[in-house]
Design a protein around this ligand. Structure first.
Ligand code: MG
Length: 255
């Protein structure tokens, strides 16, 4: 009996020692190469010139300073905003414009400038906007010393999400938006299975950090969820009486 007890004790000691050894060394068969991947290989993209924000090699150039050939009127017909001096300026009589091409998820670069002689207050001062897939507005407004409701200021997801900062440059200087957008996934019944999400960087400052969009942009009432597919980038011709803003250097990378 004494021999049996000793044998059991020896076995237990051996098992405990082996367990301690395994904990110390980790799984015996793991090697560094087992957690290193070689495919898929990320494609080579030549970056643009960082001092001019020029388009990377794989971007779709939506405005290069020459013409609005990538754009159309949002209600049909040609895009009739005013191209001059390598930029284009909103023509408030001609309505919104949108890209001819429709997109799902993307990275968008777009630069905009409030004129130096801007007048007006609140929402009636340099109001425009970038509509993602034609439905969800990232607000453009002159918010340089111009208070308004916070979920309607520059870089808000209009009436849904207040920006984390106010990074406005003063009128006459160029502002830069870099927008990373993930298109929604829908359920059969038209509700979001995965809502659209967006990150907005304004002049290098994060205003929206992977924010879930609740639905369409509505001036009156709550956002609506409407099933949709790929959509254009739409720029807003706002009805406010202030001097129109300008855009330049617009490019997009599909994600
Ligand atoms: Mg607007």
């Amino acid at each position: 009996m004494k021999k049996l007890i000793l044998s059991a004790f020896a076995l237990t000691v051996t098992a405990v020692a082996a367990q301690a050894q395994a904990q110390q060394n980790g799984p015996e068969t793991m090697r560094p190469q087992m957690t290193e991947f070689y495919t898929p290989v990320p494609k080579v993209v030549t970056p643009g010139d960082i001092t001019t924000n020029s388009a990377p090699s794989d971007a779709i150039v939506l405005f290069d300073g020459k013409d609005l050939s990538a754009w159309t009127g949002a209600n049909g017909g040609p895009a009739e905003w005013d191209v001059h001096d390598g930029v284009f300026t909103v023509n408030k009589k001609k309505g919104d414009i949108q890209t001819r091409e429709s997109f799902e998820s993307f990275q968008l670069h777009i630069e905009w400038c409030v004129p130096e002689n801007i007048t007006g207050t609140g929402q009636a001062r340099g109001n425009s906007g970038v509509f993602l897939q034609g439905l969800y507005e990232v607000q453009i407004l002159d918010c340089y010393n111009n208070p308004t409701y916070t979920n309607g200021q520059t870089g808000s997801i209009y009436k849904q999400s207040t920006p984390k900062a106010n990074a406005m440059r003063k009128p006459g200087e160029w502002n830069v938006y870099d927008i990373i957008y993930n298109a929604p996934v829908f359920n059969e019944d038209g509700s979001y299975r995965v809502p659209p999400t967006v990150t907005v960087i304004h002049n290098g400052v994060v205003l929206q950090n992977n924010v879930a969009i609740r639905g369409t942009t509505e001036y009156i009432g709550h956002p609506k969820v409407e099933k949709h597919g790929a959509g254009p980038i739409k720029l807003q011709s706002h009805g406010d009486p202030s001097e129109p803003i300008s855009f330049r250097n617009i490019w997009l990378r599909k994600l």
